[in-house]
Design a protein around this ligand. Structure first.
Ligand code: HEC
Length: 415
């Protein structure tokens, strides 16, 4: 192939030993490059391209470019991602390491949807990115067309059509005639110097080598620390909240004027079990520390209070002790059905020792629980606890009624 003849105004390179890249034709407007493209397309060339300063509508059909197949490839990539997610989760959760989580099945689709979605998107995205890159011939650091000075105008206002010499239909005379027939404003032959300038830029090569070698340094450091002993603490790059300033009890703390790390209590602070005042009301005790009999002075027992006691009893006690207090509530029935080991039946409240028990002791049982029964002082206010005690007394009376307790008029209804 010759260059430097005809329209070739040369590019100053002058090195005749380089192979030819192809012919570059210049046009001034959209219409002429479209017409030129149609001619080249119809002539049956395959290794050629148009270069324009902006996207030109209709150029693709003029060049005979088909719709891209990229969507199908991405579809395949996404499907692969979906299958990967399904297989991976199924294998991990149902086969390799089956583990019951909240009684759910080892394998069920809903739980796996997020990962299925994520991998589908990830694989589609990566496929789109890399296939586009690859199909465009990237990464590429140099193109022979850049050797043409006039080609720089492609980012300004000129249109170019380049036919490559490697095209099977290419022939330096015939192809040139074809291009001339499309009335370009210039035609030039471009040298292919990609063998010479197509390599990676030297600085980039050095940088990559340095980066690659430097990449081993952290690994080396880690490996060294792994196998060596040291008096010093390990390097701790991410401290999180592993080391926090704190003051231990009975130590010095410069933050406070008195230099003590422990702060004195707020004035008037009382621990909950040290509430002063009515011993009977708050602890069910007499002055001498005996269980107090009867109700606290300020506790007024009327119908409303008794109803309140019944209501609270039904909420807090009935599940175990039963509605009538025989210790056969639903919780007990259930535990019996399950043959629960170590289950202790809730006490029947109709035992003689409980009938005889002082009210203060019952109050204490509700507050702190007893043996296997948990305390309910945290949930039931003091006044309500006394109301429950009153209701227990009523329950107990109900089982010990005397003929005297029945109003005279009703006695005939008894068997
Ligand atoms: C979770 C079940 C459960 C609940 C709720 C429960 N209890 Fe008990 N209760 C028991 C069990 C069990 C015992 C017997 C404990 C033992 O003997 O170890 C018991 C024992 C008792 C005793 C006998 C104490 C003694 O001196 O022997 C009384 C009185 C009592 N409960 C009252 C109540 C009252 C009042 C409530 C409601 C505020 C209540 N319980 C709520 C399970 C419960």
């Amino acid at each position: 192939m010759s260059h430097g003849n005809g329209h070739d105004n040369g590019n100053g390179n002058g090195n005749g030993s380089l192979p030819e890249y192809g012919l570059l034709a210049q046009y001034e407007d959209v219409d002429s490059i479209k017409k030129a493209a149609e001619k080249v397309r119809d002539a049956g060339y395959s290794n050629w391209d148009c270069h324009t300063p902006f996207p030109v509508h209709g150029l693709d059909p003029a060049m005979g470019i088909r719709r891209t197949r990229l969507p199908y490839i991405i579809m395949a990539g996404g499907t692969l991602g979906l299958l990967t997610a399904i297989t991976m989760q199924w294998w991990m959760n149902a086969i390799d390491y089956p583990y019951i989580i909240s009684g759910k099945p080892y394998w069920s689709v809903p739980a796996n949807v997020p990962i299925m979605f994520e991998l589908t998107v990830l694989f589609s995205g990566l496929t789109a990115f890399f296939v586009t890159l690859g199909r465009c011939g990237f990464p590429r650091f140099h193109h022979p067309l850049f050797n043409s000075e006039r080609f720089a105008k492609v980012t300004d206002d000129k249109f170019f059509l380049a036919i490559e010499a490697r095209d099977p239909k290419y022939d330096s005379v015939g192809t040139k005639e074809l291009l001339e027939a499309t009335s370009p404003t210039a035609i030039e032959s471009v040298e292919d110097d990609s063998k010479v300038s197509g390599a990676l830029p030297k600085p980039l090569v050095y940088l990559l080598v340095v980066a690659f070698v430097a990449g081993f340094v952290p690994l080396g450091v880690i490996a060294t620390m792994w196998y060596s002993r040291s008096e010093l603490p390990r390097i701790h790059p991410n401290p999180n909240m592993d080391f926090q300033e704190k003051f231990k009890t009975q130590t010095y703390n410069a933050l406070f004027a008195d230099g003590r790390s422990m702060r004195p209590q707020e004035e008037g602070t009382v621990a909950t079990n040290q509430v002063r005042g009515d011993n009977h009301r708050y602890r069910g005790l007499t002055k001498d520390g005996e269980w107090a009999a009867g109700f606290p002075k300020d506790f007024v027992l009327d119908e409303a209070k008794m109803n309140r006691g019944q209501e609270r009893y039904n909420i807090y006690c009935q599940p175990c002790h039963g509605a009538a207090g025989f210790g056969q509530g639903l919780v007990h029935e259930r535990a019996t059905k399950l043959k629960a080991a170590k289950w202790v039946q809730p006490s029947s409240l109709h035992q003689d020792y409980l009938r005889a028990q002082p009210e203060g002791k019952l109050f204490n049982t509700i507050t702190y629980g007893i043996r296997n029964m948990p305390g309910y002082g945290w949930a039931i206010p003091v006044e309500d606890r006394w109301a429950i005690v009153a209701y227990i007394r009523a329950l107990q009376r109900s089982q010990l009624a005397d003929l005297k307790d029945v109003p005279e008029g009703e006695r005939g209804n008894l068997r």
